[in-house]
Design a protein around this ligand. Sequence first.
Ligand SMILES: [Zn+2]
Length: 297
Amino acid sequence: MLDGIIQLTGKTGYIVRGNSLMVVYFLNDQDMVMVDSGEFRDPELIEFFDSQNLRVAAVINTHIHVDHVANNKAFIEHWGTMIYASARDLKTMRSKELIPLERGYHSPHYIEAVLREADYEITPILEGTEYVDIQGARFEIVDLPGHTYGHLGIITPDGVCCLGDAILSKFLVKNSRMPYFANVELSVESMKKIKTLEYPYYALAHRKIVRKEDMDALVDANIQLEYDIMDAVYNAIEGTEHMDVMGRKVLENMQFYRILNGKYAEPFEFTVKSRIYWLEKLGRVKILENIVYKSAV
Ligand SMILES: [Zn+2]
C-alpha cells in the first residue's frame, strides 16, 4: 500500500516503496523533483501522484543502479520528466567494455541488462558539478564515488542530504555481509567526506532518515564494517591465491555464496576483489599478474 508522502521539512518529503526511500522536493503545488525513482516499475506510484495532481518534473539519480532508476523511463513517458545522473556513471553504463571492469558483470546477458539501465535521455552531471538548478531551485551536488564511480550526494534547497547507497543504515550495517562497492577505497574516502557535511537531515536510499546528531556514529560504523570485511578477506588469503578464485572463496567462507545461488554472485565476487585492491594499497598484500601474495610483515 502507498502511505503517501511523509513531510520532512518545509518543501521536502519522502515516500517509501519496497526497500527504497525516495525524497521529493516541491518546486510548487504541482511539480516535484524526486531523488531516484524507485527499485521496481511502479504504476501505482504514478497513479497516486496523478490523483494528487502532482507531477515528477525531474529526477536526480544518486547513481545508476537498477534499483534506483526503475521508473525513470515510465516518468519520461508519462510526464516528460527530465532525468539527471552522473556523467561518470553514464560512461560506465553505456559501455560494454567498462561494465565488466567497473560493475563486475561478464555474462553477455547481464551486460545487455546493465546497458538497458541507461538507454534513454539523461542530462549528465559532470564530475565536480556543485549544483543543478531546476525551475529556479538549487540542488547542491557532492561527488561521493565508491559504490559506483559516479555516485552523487544530492542536497535539496532546504537541506536534506540524499546519500543514496554511500552510507548504509544501522540495520544494514548489522545485516549486510558484503556491501557492494565498485571501489572500497574511494567509498571509505567518501564516508569521511560525509562526516564533514553539515545538514539537518540525511536520507539513506534504503529506508532511513538520519538526523545530523546521529550521523557521525553511523558513518563510523560504516567505516568500521569495511575494515572488518577487509580483515575477513585478508584472513581468507592463504599464502598465494589467484585473484579470480578469491571472490568465490570469501563468499563461501561467509556462507553467502550459496544464498546468492551462483547467478547473482558476479557483482559480489567483484566487490571482494575491490577489497583485495584496497589491501594492496595499504601494503598488506601484493598482486602480481593476478596472483595475490600476503606481504611479509
Ligand atoms: Zn546501488
